[in-house]
Design a protein around this ligand. Structure first.
Ligand SMILES: Cc1ncc(C[n+]2csc(CCOP(=O)(O)OP(=O)(O)O)c2C)c(N)n1
Ligand SMILES: [Mg+2]
Length: 379
């Protein structure tokens, strides 16, 4: 959809951290458009409305998944509440040819790829192993191992370069998502080294949501995360992660740099995880309510709505229609989750190896004998 063009002067990006961090911003929390010397967007009215639409749908589907978990229909859920702009902004900045390597929280990016939101729910319901064909959707599998996907993404991006697919407007770029906590992982730092020295066509997209479960950002770093990139030899930029316009512009520019052969960029999307880490977590044990309230005032959806209202780009009927569509999609998602069949227990062995193995066959046989021992039992 969106055809807004991001633009920037390479090298002159980002500003040092202060207590109130500075970042690229194009839409204030009050919904006012502001200019930035290096980044801009030029959306049509329809495209602005479409971004609002996406943010609302993504939040509503996420809320439905949280509710499904609370009702025992999912084993666990990792909510993206508060991170909608970071995900929709970057997800819409991708071109169809680009390849995504997500964590376990990129439901908004997945939606922007045009993927059915039911897809990851089998994983969280425990009825499948979360597999899909990454090449079909240009979207890798959800990765629970913190930071691992940055290495997979870097290897993939190096492959893109080796295939000679870098250079030109229609070349392929790669984006790897990860969190603030992941920046402390060896994998992520190794990925930065390899991507840098091989000039890989990759964007490292860090959603700094201020916490790694209960660990706050100050336990991960003494410098702003985006500044880490300088030590690895590529540019870093911090963007207001609750501003969908700025995220779009910054990501589009970094992707285009990558596809044109200018190597990696680290984007730090400065945002906040408004909900719990997952449904297994109780954030009241490690953070205070006033912090959450301060971030609610910077809500990514409210500011786009204020912008649309102030500029008379949308009326009450439009907002109602988006809410109604979101509700319908959520109801539909719920119905389909409840219909997901339980798998035959032995399917757990199916995809361990492409060709199987005698040892695995023995384990399967043993497991099937064990299962059969319950036949006729009332328990
Ligand atoms: C290698 C590894 N270590 C520990 C964990 C347990 N774990 C799951 S989520 C998480 C925190 C991740 O924080 P962050 O990278 O900031 O991502 P967020 O969940 O905040 O989006 C940890 C430590 C894991 N999944 N993998
Ligand atoms: Mg985090």
């Amino acid at each position: 959809m969106a055809k807004g063009d991001g633009a920037r002067a390479r090298g002159g990006r980002g500003t040092p951290a202060a207590s109130e961090p500075e970042f690229v911003q194009l839409l204030t929390p009050e919904g006012e458009r502001v200019d930035h010397p290096s980044y801009k967007v030029d959306f049509t009215d329809d495209e602005y409305r479409q971004l609002y639409h996406d943010l609302v749908i993504v939040r509503r589907l996420d809320a439905e998944a949280t509710a499904l978990q609370r009702q025992g229909e999912l084993g666990i859920w990792a909510s993206l509440l508060g991170q909608e702009a970071a995900q929709v902004g970057s997800g819409r900045a991708l071109r169809p040819v680009d390849m995504v390597f997500p964590t376990y929280r990129e439901h908004g990016v997945l939606y922007c790829r045009g993927i059915d939101p039911i897809m990851p729910l089998g994983l969280f319901r425990g009825v499948d192993q979360g597999g899909w064909d990454p090449n079909q959707f240009k979207f890798g599998m959800y990765t629970i191992v913190i930071g691992a996907q940055t290495l997979h993404a870097t290897g993939y991006a190096m492959g893109v370069a080796k295939d000679g697919k870098v250079g030109g407007d229609d070349a392929e770029a790669v984006i790897a998502y990860f969190g603030d906590g992941a920046t402390s992982q060896g994998d992520v730092n190794e990925a930065f080294v390899w991507a840098s020295v091989f000039n890989a066509p990759i964007v490292f997209f860090c959603q700094n949501n201020q916490y790694a479960i209960s660990e706050p950002l100050e336990r991960q770093t003494r410098v702003p995360l985006y500044q880490r990139a300088a030590g690895f030899g590529f540019p870093g930029v911090r963007v207001d992660g609750n501003d969908v316009l700025a995220v779009y512009a910054v990501t589009r520019a970094a992707l285009d740099d990558a596809r044109q052969g200018q190597g990696p960029t680290l984007i730090e999307a400065y945002t906040y995880r408004m909900g719990a880490h997952t449904t297994s977590d109780d954030p009241t044990r490690y953070r205070i309510a006033s912090e959450v309230e301060a971030w609610q005032a910077k809500d990514p959806i409210k500011r786009v709505r204020a912008f649309l209202e102030n500029h008379k780009l949308a009326d009450a009927a439009y907002f109602e229609s988006v809410d109604a569509e979101a509700r319908d999609l959520a109801v539909h998602l719920r119905e389909r989750v409840l219909e997901m069949p339980n798998p035959d227990p032995s399917t757990i062995f199916d995809n361990v190896y492409a060709e199987g193995s005698p040892e695995l066959d023995e384990q399967r046989a043993q497991f099937e004998r064990y299962q059969a021992s319950f036949e006729g039992s009332v328990h």
